[in-house]
Design a protein around this ligand. Structure first.
Ligand SMILES: Cc1ncc(COP(=O)(O)O)c(C=O)c1O
Length: 380
């Protein structure tokens, strides 16, 4: 009844766990800020609708918003202009648009393992084959250039990179960004760089791939930076000739992004990053709390995240990550099983610290009690 490609994808493991949760469960599962968009932005949305901005707009987005986004990328590449920017329906649509623009059936695409849940399915939907590259705690969850060199074939078309990373929180050092860009250039690969957490970093700053290769497409989003996951708005940054091609696919998926929401986002960008900086300050304090509490849990190994708002501890219990997450759910805390992000996520859990300090304390206390039970072997 349905096309074969539907069989190549599933609803993500993050959603499944969330939907199975009892009411009142402590949610350390979903990846979204527990903040609201800045008040000026909410007011601007109402105003835009009242002022009649309720109609189709340009496919690539409102010019004023594209100009403002381009301005923010000038420091990374001084020739960035409106023509490099496409406003999308969130990072998710940006990723799908990039997949359909760059992958042909039979192509191979290097994707992180563990990695965000859309990369491999999007490759398959485009008829391509995702080829996982490893991110392990032993290497601080950073890609290994030697492994990448071994994985490249003459069918490899693109590499997907994500720094800061969901689910690991790893941030690529600048030297690694340069080496990855050189690797991609050497093999004629397009770089799809998912930078939706670029501004949510705790130690120094993240290095963008923009300006480091002429075959790079940046996927970004306002979901996290303006705390508006439900508004569905993001953007792509690409060299002009690629942006024009991306815009064709974008048009066929979306027609155009939401007009009043773009007007409100523009007001948010003009207001500066005060709200974002406040949110990141709070996340930084929570990161310290979460790492301290998790380090005291028997059987967990924690790599301190440098960005995003996730921590990805490895456990040493003889259980699958699905089993652990399901047992924790039964005790009232939602986490995400690590293998929802790929095979190397086995024996890991993803905890989001976009939750109140109180809920983080209560949730990790449940995890600690559970871990002690497992260690004593008396919980089954
Ligand atoms: C790494 C990463 N990329 C892309 C997205 C998609 O974000 P959105 O579609 O809300 O902009 C997310 C959302 O969690 C993410 O974590």
């Amino acid at each position: 009844m349905v096309a074969r490609r539907v069989g190549s994808v599933e609803i993500s493991g993050i959603r499944k766990m969330f939907e199975a949760a009892p009411p009142n469960a402590i949610n350390l599962g979903l990846g979204e800020p527990d903040f609201d968009p800045p008040r000026v932005v909410i007011e601007a949305l109402g105003r835009a609708a009242r002022d009649g901005m309720n109609h189709y707009g340009p496919s690539a987005g409102l010019q004023a918003l594209r100009d403002k986004i381009a301005e923010q990328y000038l420091a990374k590449n001084p020739s960035t202009a409106r023509e490099n920017i496409i406003v999308t329906n969130g990072g998710s649509e940006g990723l799908m648009t990039a997949a359909l623009t760059f992958y042909d059936p039979g192509d191979e695409v290097l994707v992180p393992n563990p990695g965000f849940v859309l990369y491999a399915p999007h490759a398959r939907l485009a008829g391509a084959r995702p080829i996982p590259y490893s991110l392990t705690a032993a290497r601080k969850f950073l890609p290994d250039l030697n492994e990448l060199e071994h994985l490249v074939t003459d069918r490899t078309r693109a590499i997907v990179v994500n720094s800061p990373s969901n689910p690991t929180g790893a941030v690529f050092p600048k030297s690694l960004v340069d080496r990855l860009a050189a690797f991609a250039d050497r093999h004629n690969l397009t770089i799809i760089s998912d930078e939706v957490y670029e501004q949510i970093v705790y130690d120094g700053s993240a290095t963008s791939f923009w300006g480091r290769s002429d075959r790079v497409v940046i996927v970004n989003s306002f979901s996290k930076t303006l705390a508006m996951t439900g508004w569905r708005v993001g953007f792509l940054v690409a060299p002009r000739r690629l942006a024009a091609e991306l815009n064709k696919i974008h048009y066929h998926i979306m027609a155009c992004p939401s007009t009043p929401i773009q007007a409100a986002v523009l007001v948010g960008l003009e207001a500066g990053d005060g709200a974002l900086r406040k949110m990141v300050r709070e996340f930084r304090a929570r990161r310290a709390l979460v790492c301290r509490l998790l380090e005291a849990v028997p059987g967990l190994e924690v790599v301190r995240p440098a960005g995003a708002f996730y921590v990805f501890p490895r456990f040493s219990w003889s259980r699958t990550s699905q089993e652990v997450a399901t047992e924790l759910l039964g005790r009232g805390v939602i986490t995400t099983p690590g293998d929802a992000f790929g095979s190397l996520g086995a024996s890991h859990l993803r905890l989001s610290f976009a939750a109140s300090r109180e809920n983080l304390r209560r949730g990790i206390e449940i995890l600690r009690a559970y871990a002690e039970g497992v260690v004593e072997g008396n919980d089954r």
